[in-house]
Design a protein around this ligand. Sequence first.
Ligand SMILES: Nc1ncnc2c1ncn2[C@@H]1O[C@H](COP(=O)(O)OP(=O)(O)OP(=O)(O)O)[C@@H](O)[C@H]1O
Length: 235
Amino acid sequence: MTRAVVVEDLRRVFGDTRAVDGATWAAETGQITCVLGPNGAGKTTTIECLEGLQRPDSGSCRVLGVDPWQAGADHRARVGVMLQDGGLPQSVSAARLLGHLQRLYRSHRIDELVDRLDITPFARTPVRRLSGGQRQRVALAAALLGDPEVAFLDEPTAGLDPHARLAVWDLIRERRDEGVALVVTTHGFDEAERLADRIVILDRGTVVADDTPAAIAGGGRLEDAYFALTGGTRG
Ligand SMILES: Nc1ncnc2c1ncn2[C@@H]1O[C@H](COP(=O)(O)OP(=O)(O)OP(=O)(O)O)[C@@H](O)[C@H]1O
């Protein structure tokens, strides 16, 4: 296995806020790495550095051996990105958007993705009129359409109904089995337990755990380990 994603002593500061404060972790090809952490822990900032959308203040990011901030179009075609708010153009329909990406990537996977994510019923509706869950499904299809070697999925099942969640989990696992490195941010313990080969837990910009789900849970529940590691109080 190779390290498709490497984060080394990464720092990103906004004024007085150390959003990412010296984090080091990696994600392997053919594995699902789930990144967990409380609101404001630095997950999205880290992922956006890895996507080349933000420039680290210090430390380094490497994706497929390349610095994402410097990367060109060739590199970007090898990386799938699903942003937290969907990041989709609002006035076009899913059919038009995915058709455009299909031509761009010369992809053969559009029918499979549309079918698996049950996009057909709303394929002709403008993105701005879609429900949150429908938009999530289109954003995931867009991220996976180009057959990426690495995919960054920021809360891919947030707001999805139970059927759609299962469909998304199956798709993510299949891509893993095809050798894709998937980095998935989530707030769901069940999601992390079911999906992750490896879990990275961030808290206040630093890595407080980086191991298999079983090792982090230590024979107990992942949820309990998470609360102990992130200093939260439980209701
Ligand atoms: N552009 C910015 N300007 C100022 N502060 C920012 C900016 N982006 C992020 N931050 C701050 O950095 C910290 C980390 O934010 P980030 O979005 O990375 O957290 P997160 O772990 O993704 O949280 P969530 O679970 O809520 O999505 C937060 O305190 C946030 O307010």
